[in-house]
Design a protein around this ligand. Structure first.
Ligand code: ASP
Length: 477
């Protein structure tokens, strides 16, 4: 029966069977040493003369089974750098499960010396390194904690569709052509925003989901075409209720799972969007007192966002379906259109000068910044159908367009909607910070490159003519 490497220290004197990858190999004349690696650690294995010939064939990353005896190492041979450093295995038998070509990249380093292209192309090898194993395991553990915490607070996990309809979250959609409905498209969700609001109409009251989101925007250190959010929504709440859930979750998570980290200030400080922009020049200020301390966590709430934003170049950005005067086209939603304006009202526009009033409309929107990154955002929603319609028509959207895009929301809100609000946590970014990684690609198993490609799977890629025909598509070059 197989023993895991981490359990070997308790089996001194016993005969064991271990399986894993040849991590490194060292020859000392008639002795061969290998370090064997499994998911739980590495251990040194010694091959004496009788097994020399077999051991001599072993190469790094071969997958083998070794039967042998666990021996305590003499005091002067103890290796304090590995958890099995007090023992070694004296091999009695080796069998090879599979041989391996020389690995294209080293796996016994932290990988930061290797070019990203090679790491992404051979990601399955790259993920063998201790650092990536740690990241994936802690990511899984953190998700487990969040799952337990949210369910403990009476949140219900609900999965929402991936094939959906375009949602306005401020980015470009990924579109999926429909085979059955020529010329029509699904959109991959930029977030489950509309579904979670509809779940509030459905009476769930407290929803959460580990949700995959898709946004066709340029990849950066803290951005990927697809990413993971901890998405939540609550009914019969005000802003304070939502902030309390998020703050409670963050504090518990750090205290329980990352005790080496220090939260600089709790309750988390708050700053208005206006003050953040004026004082720090951005809406995700870095409040750390000591930016050299990798364990310092400075959370800060940014609140009171403008509902509308002035558009710099209206001709370039005026949205489809936005008609009306030039004044109108100079304005767009600051975030997404679903936020409740302060005081549950919007100004009336009777002439062009009135458009100046849009500047003063505040949204019940909040962001959570951590060490200079936006790690969560959300709002109290506009659940009043007429006010929601007005939010669009003020910008010059034709009623027809609003109904076409959001008719289902307005309809739903006409069947008994509770006041509601929510938020989403950017989970990859949060893990990046908690694990002290320089970018989110280090905490995502199969991430895309900086320019949006999956080098391992070779995506995006060409498809068959037959597939194109079925989808009623033609490429024009
Ligand atoms: N859907 C929003 C986002 O993805 C979050 C929210 O308002 O709940 O940014």
């Amino acid at each position: 029966m197989r023993t895991l490497i981490r359990d070997l220290v308790n089996k001194v004197g016993e005969q064991v069977e271990i399986s894993g990858w040849v991590h490194v190999r060292r020859d000392h004349g008639k002795l061969i040493f290998i370090e064997l690696r499994d998911r739980s650690g590495v251990v040194q294995v010694v091959f004496l003369k009788d097994l020399y010939e077999q051991a001599d064939k072993l190469r790094p990353e071969w997958v083998v089974k070794i039967t042998g005896q666990v021996n305590a190492r003499p005091a002067n041979m103890v290796n304090p750098n590995i958890s099995t450093g007090t023992i070694e295995i004296l091999a009695k038998e080796v069998s090879v499960y599979s041989e391996a070509k020389t690995p294209p990249i080293a796996v016994d380093t932290d990988g930061s010396e290797i070019g990203e292209e090679a790491r992404m192309k051979y990601r399955y090898v790259d993920l063998r390194r201790a650092r990536m194993q740690r990241n994936l395991r802690l990511r899984s553990k953190t998700l487990g904690f969040i799952d337990e915490y949210m369910k403990g607070q009476d949140f219900v996990e609900v999965e929402t569709p991936i094939l959906s309809k375009s949602t306005p979250e401020g980015a470009r959609d990924y579109l999926v052509p429909s085979r059955l409905y020529p010329g029509k498209f699904y959109a991959l969700p930029q977030s489950p925003q509309q579904y979670k609001q509809l779940l509030m109409v459905a009476g769930l009251e407290r929803y959460f989901q580990v949700a995959r989101c898709f946004r066709d925007e340029d990849t950066r250190g803290d951005r990927q075409p697809e990413f993971t959010q901890i998405d939540l929504e609550m009914s019969f709440v005000n802003r304070e209720d939502v902030l309390a859930v998020l703050e409670g979750l963050m504090i518990e998570l750090v205290t329980r799972e990352f005790p080496e980290k220090k939260i600089q200030q709790a309750p988390f400080p708050r700053i208005s969007y206006k003050e953040a922009m004026e004082k720090y020049g951005n809406d995700k200020p870095d409040f750390r007192k000591d930016k050299n301390d990798p364990n310092e966590l400075a959370f800060v709430w940014v609140i009171d966002f403008p509902f509308y934003e002035e558009v710099k170049d209206p001709s370039a950005t005026a949205a489809a379906g936005q008609a009306g005067s030039g004044q109108r086209k100079k304005w767009d939603f600051g975030h997404n259109p679903f936020s409740m304006p302060y005081g549950e009202k919007l100004p009336d526009m009777t002439n062009d000068n009135d458009y100046d009033k849009l500047k003063d409309v505040m949204a019940m929107q909040y962001d959570l910044a951590l060490n200079g990154f936006e790690i969560a955002g959300g709002s109290i929603r506009n659940h009043l159908p007429d006010l929601l319609k007005k939010a669009f028509t003020l910008l010059g959207y034709e009623e027809k367009v609003v109904i076409d895009k959001f008719g289902h929301m307005m309809d739903a809100f006409s069947y008994g909607v509770p006041p509601h609000g929510g938020a989403a946590i950017g989970f990859d970014r949060l893990m990046m910070i908690l694990l002290n990684e320089p970018n989110i690609r280090e905490v995502i198993a199969f991430s895309k490159t900086g320019d949006g490609r999956d080098l391992m799977m070779d995506a995006p890629s060409d498809v068959d003519d037959k597939q194109m025909k079925e989808l009623h598509l033609k490429i024009t070059k």
